[in-house]
Design a protein around this ligand. Structure first.
Ligand code: AMP
Ligand code: MG
Length: 322
């Protein structure tokens, strides 16, 4: 027996001395490509962990999607106007964060915009703005105060039949957080999960102070800032990918709940916060609120924002003590 000990030990030392390698995986979910980067010693356990993280994202897509007719979200909307409906922990967490943000942003962030965002989605496909009557009808079904959450029963009620919830402004950040949590639990804390504009960041890569992220709120204009982050999240909102142009006017996919119309003032915002759930929602909320009120909201949360308005780059005040 003894003869094997030095051999085993030798093998162990060799493995321990080797630098962890970078692994990447990617898969489409929630209408975008989720990318995972992680550092690991061996490819097979890295692959298994990435698979588990992607499965978790798929699970969240089934719960939170407003595109999938049988998602938990859509099933809840079909019943919650009649009676309170108890929801899963995931849906609860996202709705609870959404409603808190709706309150704090005076309704600028509003997940009850579903009937309106659907009309604008169709309008982007048709390249034609929504019919004003249809828009007025849809708007009558919105308003964050018509969505009630009961923490005692973890249940959801909707005030009117036909209300639809749209978590497109917050769900990807939460999914990135959860994927990162799965990787950490499986022993891979040095990881990053990115869903296009929504990135959740874990421990630093080996030998590095953190993950270097170039913030490009308005694509083609170069990096507004380059930041090095650990155990944080960054989300960017803007109309770079989805918008409708009519007679030279550009309507963002982000809707002003006060008018039911896509934003027309060009603004692109990156928010850095502790979690994706927070960064994602805040970036959307700041887009609607505009820089002055938006920055105040971000600062009240101890987060950080960088906004690009035209050619100007504006930054929130650093959190106290930083
Ligand atoms: P994001 O890219 O995170 O800013 O999210 C934009 C998406 O959020 C849109 O495509 C809609 O699905 C949804 N949305 C649009 N306007 C709002 C709003 N005022 N509050 C919350 N979600 C919104
Ligand atoms: Mg968002």
């Amino acid at each position: 027996m003894r003869i094997f000990i030095p051999l085993l030990l030798g093998g162990y030392l060799a493995a321990a001395a080797a630098e962890p390698q970078r692994f990447e995986a990617a898969e489409p979910h929630m209408g975008t490509l989720f990318r995972i980067v992680l550092y690991a010693d061996d490819p097979s356990s890295a692959q298994e962990a990435a698979r588990a993280a992607l499965d978790r994202i798929a699970e969240l897509d089934s719960a939170l999607s407003d595109y999938k007719p049988d998602s938990e979200l859509n099933r809840v909307c079909g019943r919650a106007w009649r009676e309170p409906v108890r929801v899963s922990d995931d849906l609860w967490r996202v709705l609870d964060a959404s409603q808190r943000l709706a309150e704090e942003s005076s309704g600028a962030f509003d997940v009850t915009l579903g009937p309106v965002t659907r009309l604008w989605r169709q309008a982007r496909r048709d390249r034609h703005p929504p019919d004003p009557w249809a828009l007025a009808e849809a708007r009558a079904l919105t308003g964050y105060r018509k969505l009630t959450l009961d923490p005692g029963f973890q249940s959801v009620s909707l005030q009117q039949r036909g209300m639809l919830l749209d978590l497109g402004g917050i769900a990807k950040g939460y999914a990135a957080d959860e994927a990162l949590r799965v990787l950490r639990e499986r022993g891979f804390p040095r990881a990053l999960v990115a869903a296009s504009g929504d990135i959740a960041i874990g421990d630093a890569p080996p030998g590095k102070a953190g993950w270097t992220i170039g913030l490009e709120p308005a694509p083609g204009q170069g990096f507004a800032r380059v930041v090095t982050l650990v155990n944080a999240a960054v989300s960017t909102s803007g109309d770079a990918e989805q918008h409708l142009t009519v007679s030279g006017k550009r309507y963002s996919h982000i809707i002003n709940p006060r008018t039911g119309v896509g934003l027309t003032e060009p603004i692109a915002v990156s928010v850095i916060a502790k979690r994706g759930l927070e960064a994602d929602g805040l970036a959307t909320a700041v887009s609607v609120l505009g820089v002055r009120r938006g920055m105040r909201l971000v600062e009240s949360r101890g987060a950080r924002a960088i906004a690009v308005v035209g050619k100007r780059v504006l930054e929130s005040d650093p959190p106290p003590g930083k």
